[in-house]
Design a protein around this ligand. Structure first.
Ligand code: SAM
Length: 286
């Protein structure tokens, strides 16, 4: 893969965290370390978590290239839903930038992209037992419907469940994309018809909504007074979890939501990075 992941809302994240020299910040979704690097460059220190071992290797290399002192950061391999329980320090802020990185999307062998031929894998954590293809093979028609409808918000979920249940001929990302294209056809919209189905499978394989709920619940105990919790989501169900969690925290007197409406990328950012189109950032102050 060429180049690093283009960080979404980078300027806005750094501003939202109100980075102060010498303070520690938690990056729960390191990816290529773009947001972390923004924080380090302003004098903050980083504890960074990612579930993908390849991400950690790249970040190590990138920070070295940037001449960042090793005393300024610690990198942890693991799921933020578990790792946030074991870290024994407090932070001035935390960032979650959910979803997948360009590294994951653009590596065909990882199976995240319908645009490239690869195995139907989609695991962010290579140690997980169940891949996307396993789900397609074992789920019943009704379970497939529920997955596509619930996580993909796909209008043609029944038709797709009918076409895909027990479909032994599917092996690769392209096989799946071709069937979806045949069933759904091209509609007049900006995204490829297989986008929602790939997204639903990916979210299920990695239990992304479950991890988000637990991760948010744990980080609230790790943040110092006046510290910020910043979350960028790319899916309406994720955004709903963030919004409702912040609302609940505010009612419990934990702090206040600083974003009545989510912060979204400017048109110029979307033009440069179309993936940022669906990004929504919410900020909570403890
Ligand atoms: C959108 S990328 C982050 C990009 C990063 N902010 C940057 O600027 O380079 C999301 C990253 O979070 C990781 N990730 C997603 N869910 C995770 C989880 N539950 N625990 C740990 N890492 C996770 C993915 O492996 C991926 O590398």
């Amino acid at each position: 893969m060429e180049g690093y992941h283009r960080s979404v809302l980078l300027k806005e994240v750094v501003e939202a965290l109100d980075v102060e020299k010498g303070k520690w910040y938690l990056d729960c979704t390191l990816g290529d370390g773009g947001h972390s690097l923004g924080i380090l460059k302003l004098g903050g220190n980083i504890v960074g978590i990612d579930i993908d071992p390849e991400a950690l290797e790249r970040v190590k290399k990138r920070f070295e290239e940037e001449g960042i002192s090793k005393s300024k950061y610690k990198l942890i391999l693991g799921n933020f839903r578990d790792q946030t329980e074991t870290v024994d320090q407090r932070f001035a802020g935390v960032i979650f930038d959910l979803g997948v990185s360009s590294l994951q999307l653009e590596t065909p062998e990882r199976g995240f992209s319908f645009g490239k031929v690869g195995p139907l894998d989609m695991r962010m954590d290579p140690k997980l037992a169940v891949k996307a293809l396993d789900l397609l093979r074992v789920l019943t028609r009704k379970e497939l419907y529920e997955l596509f409808h619930g996580l993909g918000e796909e209008k043609y979920s029944w038709r797709l469940a009918d076409a895909l249940v027990g479909a032994r001929e599917i092996e690769t990302t392209k096989d799946l994309a071709n069937i979806v294209e045949k069933v759904v056809g091209y509609r007049r919209e900006k995204i490829h018809p297989a986008t929602r189905i790939f997204q639903a499978l990916r979210m299920a394989v990695n239990d992304e909504l479950g991890a988000l709920k637990e991760g948010l619940d744990r980080v609230k105990n790790l943040i110092e007074r006046d510290g910020r919790i910043v979350v960028i989501s790319f899916h309406s169900l994720e955004d709903r979890i963030v919004k409702n969690t912040f609302k609940k925290w505010q009612l419990e007197g934990l702090g206040e939501t600083l974003t009545k409406k989510p912060v979204v990328p400017e048109d110029s950012e979307i033009a440069q990075n179309p993936r940022s189109r669906s990004a929504k950032m919410r900020i909570f102050r403890i």
